[in-house]
Design a protein around this ligand. Structure first.
Ligand code: RFL
Ligand code: PHB
Length: 391
């Protein structure tokens, strides 16, 4: 099999890239390790930045997001029983939209399949050959058989544990890592959510109340990294949420059936550069952010936009100039996104290593934000439009 661009991974990075390339008349084949059901059911991110919303709409695929997604105008941060309310449209002119990542993925997969374009599920890429040549070959396993996809470019969109980053020759990439000594327990519950996205810094640890619809809450609690979902009974989860949210009367947070739970480790990771020869990395394959800034998916989409634009410039002009600048063009934005995500993580979590002095600084920062419109605007701006890129 032969194509212009071999895309490894049908997560947000790979799927957006496939659709963006198609709009420019460029062919691609998407190879995805998992089944369609698995890819469409994986519960993850929920917050779409302005640039991500625009990209889905510009592709003509945003109809369900606009209908079913929830506009989030407020970002609240709580500490010491006080609430800082950030009015996102008032401070920035834009809002974010809450629409589950699996819904975005479902819409993109559905459109790809309807348009009859190649997207192969249960195809595990095991090796990428010849990335320094003009004809790389992607070796994958499908139904017990080894197959080869020939292409001009390989887009490694296969997430943190994929094969693409590992296919870079030794010495090409430098990595930068920050591991956090805590994780997030995330649950979905059949319960009416709070009206604003609410992050809290409590002595017991961080918590976050988000939502998926008018009747589904998405809730998170900071837990030790070794914790397991089965250690948490429903009653313990609700007790801890009421406590951390300063919901003393237990009236603010509505309880309901918890029907999904998972634990995600927090880490920041950057690999640079994002390209070598004819292999280009995008999304979680090349950088990971702690979820406190709600940026991972948005960053993956911004990478895909720049990569699609650079590949289109190559195929229309035969000049590599723009393609060669792909990584450099992404890195400044990537570092700013990591910086914001690390800032929000540092501001809102309890750290074992914090001294009373560190804790005092953290709570004073929140107090300062509560009184400074300039500080509020800085956070709001980064929350709604850090991933803006020119197409
Ligand atoms: P993905 O989604 O991991 O997709 C990679 C795909 O590659 C496939 N794959 C392979 N395919 C073929 N051959 C192989 N050898 C392969 N190896 C892997 C995988 O099966 C998969 O389908 O990466 P992508 O596309 O870069 O997208 C990144 C996002 O998924 C991620 O950054 C976000 O989910 C992060 N994130 C959030 N991002 C936001 O923008 N806003 C949020 O509100 C937000 N909340 C979150 C989050 C991540 C979380 N977790 C679970 C870490 C909340 C949480 C709890
Ligand atoms: C979510 O709704 O899943 C969500 C919201 C905000 C975050 C992370 C995840 O920072």
């Amino acid at each position: 099999m032969k194509t212009q661009v071999a895309i490894i991974g049908a997560g947000p990075a790979g799927l957006f890239l496939a659709h963006l390339l198609k709009r420019q008349g460029i062919e691609s084949v998407v190879l995805e390790l998992r089944s369609r059901e698995y890819a469409e059911g994986r519960v993850r991110a929920g917050v779409l930045e302005a640039g991500t919303i625009d990209t889905l709409n510009n592709l003509g695929l945003g109809e369900r997001m606009m209908r079913e997604g929830l506009v989030d105008n407020g970002l609240d941060m709580r500490f010491n029983g006080r609430t800082i309310h950030l009015d996102l449209p008032g401070l920035t002119g834009r809002s974010v939209r809450i629409y589950g990542q699996q819904e975005v993925v479902r819409d993109l997969i559905g459109a790809r399949v309807n348009e009859g374009d190649p997207l192969i599920f249960e195809a595990e890429v095991v090796r990428i050959e010849g990335i320094e040549t003009s004809a790389p070959r992607v070796h994958y396993k499908q139904g017990g058989e080894m197959k080869v996809l020939e292409c001009a470019f390989v887009a490694g969109c296969d997430g943190f544990h994929g094969v693409s980053r590992a296919s870079m020759p030794e010495g090409v990439i430098t990595t930068y890592t920050r591991a956090y000594n805590f994780a997030w327990l995330g649950v979905l519950a059949k319960a009416a959510p709070m009206s604003d996205m609410t992050y809290v810094n409590h002595d017991n640890g961080f918590a976050l109340c988000s939502r998926r619809s008018a009747s589904i809450s998405r809730l998170y609690l900071q837990v030790p990294p070794s914790d397991r979902p089965e250690n948490w009974t429903d009653a313990r989860i609700w007790d801890e949420l009421h406590t951390r949210m300063f919901d003393d009367g237990r009236t603010e947070i509505q309880e309901g059936e918890i029907f999904q739970r998972d634990i995600a480790q927090l880490r920041a990771f950057i690999a640079s550069p994002m390209q070598h020869g004819n292999l280009f990395l995008a999304g979680d394959a090349v950088h990971i952010v702690p979820p406190t800034g709600a940026k991972g998916l948005n960053m993956a989409v911004a990478d895909a936009r720049i990569l699609a634009r650079s590949m289109a410039a190559y195929f229309s002009s035969n000049s590599r100039a723009e393609l060669d600048r792909y990584s450099a063009e992404c890195m400044a934005r990537v570092w700013k996104t990591i910086r914001f995500s690390a800032y929000m993580t540092g501001l809102l979590h309890r750290f074992d290593e914090h001294s009373p002095f560190d804790r005092g600084m953290q709570l004073t920062e929140l107090d300062f934000i509560s009184q400074s419109e300039a500080a509020q605007r800085a956070i709001a701006e980064q929350y709604v439009k850090l991933s803006d890129v020119a197409d």
